[in-house]
Every structure is written in C-alpha cells, then in structure tokens.
Design a protein around this ligand. Structure first.
Ligand code: ADP
Ligand code: MG
Length: 563
C-alpha cells in the first residue's frame, strides 16, 4: 500500500454545487425553512414534555414577513431556538442534522414526527438568497441570543444578538432574479401547496395560510363518513362524491399513512394520469405517485404520506425500489379488502361502485396475481337474468367497524334494476338448464337479436362488453377450465333447441319453424348459410309455448327494425 487517507473537499467548490444541484426547484426553499420552523416548535414540546423546559411554550406560531424595500423575506418561529454552539454544529456543518439525535434522546415524546432528516434543507435558501441571516435564542436557560450571517460563500460571521424572545428568525435577502418571492400572493400559494397540512399555523400579514389538520394522520375511528367526504372535497373541489375510500395506516414493514379514494368516473376524469398527492411527514412532495401506486389503481385520488419512499431518485429507480413495490402491494391489498367488505356488507353499493371501477378491478386481476386471489370471488357481470336484488344487510345507520379503516355508508343506495352476478352464481343458477356453460355477449346493440334469442328461451346472457372484457374472457377461460364460455352469436345450434316436428307454421309459404328461423337468420346476419338443427324447435314443456314460437315475433320485429 502506498498511502491511505481521506478524500478532501474544497468547500469553495462544493458549496455552489450543493446550492445549484441539490434541488432543481428553487421554490422549495420555503418548504424547507418552514419545515425547520415546525420542527423547532415540535422539539420544544418534546423537551417540555421531558421536563427539561419549564417555561411557557406559548401558542405555536410561524410568521412569514416580506420587506419589499429591503428585499427580504423572513420566517420566524417560537420554537426551540439555537445556542451559538448549536449554530456552529448544525448550521456551519453542511449535512449535519439534529433530527436523529433529537428523536433518539426524546423518544416517545413526539406527537408529531420531526420532518428534518438530511441536514441539507437549510442550504436550499441559498438558491434564492444572496445573504442569509439567522437570529436565534435558545430555550436553554442563560442562553445568549446569536446572529449568524452568510453570503453564500463558505465564510460566515457569528455575533451576539440583542434578541430577547425564544425562537428563530431566518432572513433571506433575495437575489435580483428571485424577487418574485417578495409577492405575498406567491408566498401564499407556496404555503398552500407545500405547507397546508403542517401542524402549526403559518401566518402572513396576520392571516393564517394553512389549514393544518391532516385528516390522514387521524385514526379512522375518529373520522366520520362526512369527515372523509369533506377531506375529499377539500382536495378535489367541485367533484362528485367518491365511490369508496381506504385509510392507509401502517408502521411495519414500512411507514405509510394516507387516504385513497376511488372517484366516480366521468368523461373528464383522466385515468391515465395519477392524481394522488405524495407527502412526507405532512410536507407536500409531489403531485405524482404514478410509480408508487399499482397501475390499475391509477384513477385513485387522495394522499399518501410516507417517509419510506425515496424522494430524490429518478422515476425508474423508484419503480425498481423494493419498498415502493411493497407499498404498492399493500395499497392493492387494502383496496381488495375494502371491495370484499363492501361486497359482503352492501351488495347494492358494491354494484353501484362496480359500474365505475369494475374495469380497473379486472385490469388488476389480469396484472396482479395476489390481487386476483383476493377478489376473484367478487367479480361480477351484468346479466340478462331477472335477479332479486339483495337488500343491504346493514340498514341505513352509521356503521362503525373495529377495523382501522371503515367503510361507512349511511344512505341506502338506489336499487339498481340491472342485476349483476358472479360466474359462480351464474353456473349454480343455470345448472339444471345447461351445465358448465356461460353465454355472453360482447356488443349489446350489435348482438341484440342473439341476446333476445337466448333470453326468450330462458337462457341467461352475461354482458362482457367493456374494452377489457376481450382479455378478460381469455382469463375466465383459463380460470374455469371445465366451463365453456359461449358468445351468443357463435353457437346457434345449441341455443335454438332441436325441433323434429317439421310442423308448418306459415301456411302462405308452407314453411316450417326451423326453415323460417333459418331464413330470418341468414337475412339478418347477412350470411349465406346458417346451420340450424331442425330438432331445435320442440318444446320440452308441454304447456309452455315452444321456444322458437316465442322467438319468431321477436326476430320478425328485429328484422323490421333493420329494414
Ligand atoms: P434538517 O432539517 O434535515 O435537520 P436542515 O439543513 O434543514 O436539516 O437544518 C439543519 C439543522 O439546523 C436542523 O437539524 C436544526 O438543528 C437546525 N435548525 C434549522 N432551522 C432551525 C430553526 N428554525 N430552529 C431551530 N433549529 C433549526
Ligand atoms: Mg430541514
């Protein structure tokens, strides 16, 4: 070995790099400074709870002030403050955070999580400021207030300050290019975007800008149906009520909180682009969680809050991340659980929701084996059968379950007249008539004649007419190996039951039933030759009308409509 050592870094060189490339987005400096202020307030509470501070913590408060003449923007808090030693330790040393130390020392004393982590946020202020000042007084008894100044070079000054109130004020003298941050409207907007759910009031000109309450941090047992709806309306104003929601809340093996809603589908709902808001400890991070949420749940909206989602990595790295994958699986599982719960508790509500989300569930089934296992028994299809619509087992009262996320429905849904059925139920219902056979149609209008043909013979037809159903039929065929899935227009031999009678039904033309039907079909289908077994027209039921006779007027009517 020739030599062993430590790589040296010239701060003069690294500093501009940190400033420029750490964050590409200048505006996030405000988020960083405000979150430090929130942390400072939170830390004071922890210290106070630990009995290490007996003074008055006062009302939590963060104040933003703009001075257009001096071109300064300042952020003040009445939190823990810093001693000269702490400024030297945590500010003068880049990438040195007090968060970990603090959390460790005051374990169990926090009611809100500490946001800080990497010890880099403070330096983002140099993206917009040519000079940054810290004026701070620590809560520690006998502390001397200090004033720190830095012009963005690694040189700083540290002086005594005449400050007498506990807390910290960070003052930025903005660079000429960044004077937009002297506009109150701009600041309000940024606070609303990034700091809306931070748990401390943030004021500008005496007005509180943020709403503070992060519903997703609440326990679901504290939230009513109206609370969930209100939160949805807050996030997505002027939208229809969501169909259902799940409250995410787990600490292991990763930390995630959140509320996700399945919106009502409308033509203006873009399902190709995610709308979930990503937060990290109540600090807004991004509007785009597309890599985190399973693709089939992309229409979901709401909030995900997690410290376990790596934030400063590329999208492709995010997609490959194991924790992110597991979070996605967890979300899918929660949605599956909710659907099952709804299916069992309130079939009507389930059917109503299904009309909008069925396609996505099917998509999930095709793409996600675990999700498939979860929901395979609750996949439903619209049917021609006259089914009795099962009323909800739970009456119109508020339901509170012991589960952490509650589906609360206080209104009985409008009973839909259209019946939906599972494949299992279909097979069970029809086993006397035909075993292991499922009739389906793919085009309600185009196959109307055939649907009527089946219906009139008491054969139940399922509608598999959404764009995903073509794939889904293949899936069903694989799943139910012993069941024959038969498209209504592909199997006339079987649907037109055999008729051996050869009875002439049209005296003018001397034609038999089967001949007429055959002709009608050839004509209506525009096919030269349709093969219909003549035996098909005999009825098994001595009193009932022969099936084909029921069919004839229907077919004639259709033909008339066609011409
Ligand atoms: P982080 O927030 O990730 O710890 P920052 O660079 O944002 O990193 O801040 C570095 C450290 O400076 C913090 O950990 C904290 O100890 C201290 N600090 C920053 N702002 C304040 C403030 N307003 N009040 C008290 N301490 C602060
Ligand atoms: Mg910070």
């Amino acid at each position: 070995m020739l030599e062993q050592g430590t790589i040296s870094i010239h701060t003069e060189n690294i500093f501009p790099i940190i400033k420029k490339s750490l964050y590409s987005d200048h505006q996030i400096f405000l988020r960083e400074l405000v979150s430090n202020a929130v942390d400072a307030i939170q830390k004071l509470k922890m210290v106070s709870r630990a009995g290490e501070y007996n003074g008055d913590t006062g009302e939590d408060e963060i104040t933003i002030a703009i001075d257009k003449d001096k071109k300064t923007l300042s952020i003040s808090d009445n939190g823990i403050g810093m001693t000269a030693e702490e400024v030297k330790k945590y500010i003068n040393q880049v990438a040195f955070s007090s968060a970990e130390e603090f959390i460790h020392k005051y374990e169990g004393k926090a009611d809100q999580p500490i946001i800080g982590h990497f010890g880099l946020g403070f330096y983002s202020s140099f993206m917009v400021a040519k000079q940054v000042e810290i004026d701070t007084l620590s809560y520690k008894e006998g502390s001397q207030a200090v004033h720190w100044t830095c012009d963005g070079s690694p040189a700083f000054t540290l002086d005594e300050s005449s400050r007498t109130t506990r807390g910290t004020t960070i003052t930025l003298t903005l660079m000429p290019d960044e004077e937009e941050y002297l506009e109150a409207a701009r600041i309000k907007n940024l606070v609303k975007t990034y700091c809306d759910f931070m748990p401390v009031p943030i004021k500008l000109d005496g007005e509180v800008l943020n709403q503070q309450k992060a519903a997703w941090r609440e326990s679901s047992s504290n939230l009513t149906k109206e609370d969930y709806l209100e939160f949805y309306r807050y996030l997505y104003p002027f939208q229809e009520e969501p169909l259902l929601w799940v409250h995410l809340n787990t600490d292991y093996p990763f930390i995630i909180n959140g509320i996700l809603y399945f919106p009502k589908m409308r033509p203006d709902v873009d399902v190709t682009k995610g709308q979930i808001k990503l937060f990290c400890n109540q600090v807004f991070v991004s509007d785009n969680c597309d890599e985190i949420i399973p693709q089939f749940l992309l229409p979901m909206r709401g909030v995900i809050d997690s410290t376990d989602i790596p934030l400063n990595v590329s999208r492709s790295a995010l997609q490959g991340d194991r924790t992110v994958k597991r979070i996605g699986d967890y979300i899918a599982k929660k949605v599956g659980d909710r659907l099952k719960e709804l299916y069992h508790d309130d079939r009507e509500q389930y059917i109503n929701a299904w009309k909008d989300l069925g396609t996505f569930v099917k998509f999930g089934v095709l793409n996600d084996e675990k999700f498939k296992k979860q929901v395979e028994d609750i996949l439903i299809f619209r049917s021609t059968a006259k089914l009795e619509t099962k009323p909800a087992e739970t009456p119109a009262v508020e339901v509170q379950s012991s589960d952490s996320d509650v589906w609360q429905d206080v209104t009985p849904s409008n009973t839909s007249s259209t019946p939906y059925t599972t494949i299992k139920e279909y097979l069970e219902r029809n086993k006397e008539r035909h075993e292991n056979k499922v009739f389906y149609c793919t085009d309600e209008a185009g196959q109307a004649t055939y649907i009527a043909l089946h219906k009139n013979q008491g054969l139940e037809v399922l509608f598999m007419d959404s764009f995903i159903d073509t794939h889904f039929i293949n899936f069903l065929e694989r799943e139910y190996q012993d069941v024959k899935f038969t498209r209504v227009d592909s199997d006339l031999d079987n649907t037109l039951l055999d008729d051996k009678s050869g009875e002439i039904v049209d005296p003018t033309t001397n034609k038999t039933k089967s001949e007429i039907i055959k002709e009608l079909f050839e004509k209506s289908l525009n096919k030269p030759k349709v093969n219909i077994r003549t035996e098909a027209l005999k009825s098994d039921d001595p009193q009932g009308t022969p099936p084909a006779m029921v069919l004839l007027p229907e077919i004639l009517r259709r033909l008339r409509d066609m011409n």
